[in-house]
Design a protein around this ligand. Structure first.
Ligand code: CO8
Length: 374
């Protein structure tokens, strides 16, 4: 049995940002136009008028102030309201592969390694740019990695589920290292015309290099234990898929072809699930709340994280104990907890424990207990 360790992480952040003020201004312009164009049906009660969004609501309900996106112009154009991305040729790198490549090169650099040191690539994300060939195999090719690669999807929990797979393969000896990459183009499956959710998501890619601890070139985080759990729910759902064309009304623009959620229910049901999951994972590993130096939680909602932090630690977390990045990045699905880990882990001391946890659609929850070494 080998000991798996996180030896490097990387984040690819798009250049464009959208502030809440910009987002609300464009949404409200869209809503006004919609209401004008549909005035007669609204008057007759056949169509519901679009209500305005508000910056105050967004910050209060979510803690989000801004988000990074690949294309800003399309999203903010009241006549478009979605990102515009050019069709790439088949012999060009796909967008997800390009973002993942940037994050992967940063993770390799942080670990002091090259692609020649990597045996496998796992592309774990909440949506894949195409069905096949796997995006992971394209990333493997771009990096010049031998071995194998595959895609997987557990929505917001994709990164922690991917880390469990990588850690288990390294433990067993079937591979000695893996890159787990999480390219998340959430802007392309978010419904920007729905005020209930238009503020929630952003784009980013993260990469985590997992190696045998004995191969680490510098300080690293030993993966002490991982735990994944799922429990079916329709409260976060996206009905887009390859059967779309076969259905009589299967247009690409139907509301349920984008992200759908019952946010209130998710909030109420996922919180106890996550708190209990982390609690029993720590109990089984003999880790006390007082042992934990840091919690890197999924970045969906500030109040949710405040609640989980308090439940896990048994007190209100001190500044920096449970870092949030969602105020700047919004929810970036599986990448969120890895961004937090990447930005806020280097200051831990030898022997310190921390916990990475993601949760979301499925429902799904994944936790990874790590210990700083060196
Ligand atoms: N501006 C003003 N008012 C608004 C707005 C707005 N933008 N939006 C809603 N309101 C109104 C509502 O209409 C409602 O009005 P009323 O009381 O008259 O009905 C009122 O404000 C309150 O609305 P909510 O009850 O919806 O507000 P909440 O306080 O519940 O906050 C949240 C909404 C922020 C969505 C919150 O419920 C939440 O964060 N829930 C948890 C969500 C979560 O964690 N989801 C995980 C999803 S991520 C995941 O699993 C990955 C999926 C794959 C990625 C997809 C990428 C696109």
């Amino acid at each position: 049995m080998y000991t798996p360790a996180i030896t490097g992480t990387g984040v690819c952040t798009p250049e464009n940002t959208i502030s809440n003020a910009e987002l609300v201004k464009s949404f409200n312009a869209y809503a006004d136009k919609f209401n004008l164009q549909n005035a007669d049906q609204i008057e007759a009660g056949d169509v519901t008028a679009q209500a305005h969004s508000s910056e105050e609501f967004i910050v209060k309900a979510s803690g989000i102030h801004s988000r990074y996106v690949i294309d800003k112009d399309g999203i903010l154009d009241p006549d478009v309201m979605h990102p515009l991305m050019r069709q790439r040729e088949d012999d060009e790198p796909s967008l997800m592969a390009e973002m993942a490549l940037d994050a992967a090169l940063k993770a390799l650099k942080a670990a002091g390694k090259t692609p020649a040191d990597v045996d496998a690539v796992i592309c774990a994300a909440s949506n894949l740019e195409r069905a096949y060939p796997a995006v992971a195999i394209e990333i493997q090719e771009l990096l010049g990695i031998k071995g194998f690669a595959f895609d997987m999807n557990v929505a917001c929990s994709s990164a922690t589920f991917g880390l469990q797979l990588a850690a288990d393969m390294i433990k067993s000896g079937s591979i000695s290292s893996a890159l787990v990459v999480n390219p998340e183009i959430c802007s392309a499956h978010l419904e920007w015309r729905d005020r209930d959710c238009h503020f929630i998501f952003g784009d980013v890619a993260t990469a985590t290099l997992v190696e045998r601890s004995e191969d680490a070139s510098g300080p690293y985080f030993e993966i002490k234990s991982t735990r994944c759990a799922t429990d079916f729910s329709n409260n976060i759902r996206n009905n887009n898929g390859f059967l779309r064309r076969s259905r009589p009304d299967g247009t690409a623009d139907r509301r349920d072809m984008q992200f759908m959620q019952n946010g209130r229910k998710v909030f109420k049901e996922v919180l106890p699930m996550v708190s209990a999951h982390i609690g029993s994972h720590m109990d089984d590993e003999g880790i006390q709340a007082t042992d934990l130096k840091r919690l890197w939680l999924h970045q969906a909602n500030k109040s949710m994280n405040d609640f989980i932090g308090k439940k896990v630690l048994g007190r209100t977390p001190e500044d920096g104990e449970q870092p949030n990045i969602l105020q700047d990045y919004a929810n970036t699905s599986s990448a969120g907890s890895i961004i937090a880990f990447s930005k806020y882990s280097n200051d831990l001391d030898d022997g310190d424990y921390g916990l990475i946890c993601s949760f979301g659609a499925g429902y799904s929850v994944g936790s990874v207990i790590v210990q700083r070494r060196g």
